[in-house]
Write a protein that binds this ligand. Structure first.
Ligand SMILES: [Mg+2]
Length: 215
């Protein structure tokens, strides 16, 4: 941790429970569609999932709530939908104290492939702790966190890759890809036991030695 000046955090599966994000796509959108079309939830769910499957995950539109509201002709306001979503977002218990502590010692950023609008909604109460929030889809039109994405994040924040530590739960996109450009990375395993040196069970464990800067 000696050289590290900036810490980058993934969101889904790292700060918040994956299923609470999935709820947006698998419950809230189909429910809004059902009420719009006056059909049952199950029928709406089947139709919406079929529509989802027609857009490739390599296409950034897939990740944009506003695209789906248009595509499905849902007139419910996106703000209402996002507010309902926010109320169900479940943060892991170590997030609030760790994020607060980290932001007093490092430049703290978010690197996620959720769209900006979902990130703003999820992180509303943590806004002051993150100096930047990077969405691969909204900021750079990239559906995944590629080496190009991380290189852009480094150059925009003014830190070299060697000064960055990225933490996330995807072995490919949070652990291996950042290392391609020379960032340090740690894989967080919220649901299984860490087995390797580069794995940890929580943010708390990774940053337990970080003490808050004195004010
Ligand atoms: Mg993740």
């Amino acid at each position: 941790m000696k050289k590290v000046k900036a810490v980058s955090l993934d969101v889904t599966g790292t700060l918040v429970e994956g299923r609470s994000v999935k709820r947006f796509w698998d419950h809230l959108i189909p429910a809004a569609y059902a009420s719009e079309k006056h059909i049952s939830f199950n029928e709406a769910y089947t139709r919406v999932k079929k529509k989802y499957s027609m857009v490739s995950r390599d296409d950034v539109r897939w990740y944009l709530p506003e695209y789906w509201l248009r595509e499905l002709n849902i007139n419910m306001s996106l703000e209402n939908l996002l507010e309902e979503f926010r109320r169900g977002v479940a943060f892991f218990p170590d997030v609030a104290p760790t994020v607060k502590r980290l932001s007093s010692q490092y430049v703290l950023i978010v690197s996620s492939n959720l769209s900006s609008i979902l990130l703003q909604t999820i992180l509303r109460d943590f806004k002051e702790h993150f100096s930047r929030v990077f969405s691969s889809v909204s900021t750079y039109c990239l559906p995944y966190k590629t080496a190009e994405f991380y290189a852009k994040v480094c150059s925009e924040t003014g830190f070299s890759p060697g000064e960055f530590l990225h933490v996330g739960d995807s072995k490919t996109y949070d652990f291996l890809v950042p290392r391609i450009i020379g960032m340090d990375s740690i894989l967080v395993k919220r649901y299984s036991n860490p087995e390797q040196q580069y794995e940890a069970e929580s943010l708390e464990k990774i940053f337990s030695s970080v003490v808050p800067a004195s004010t």
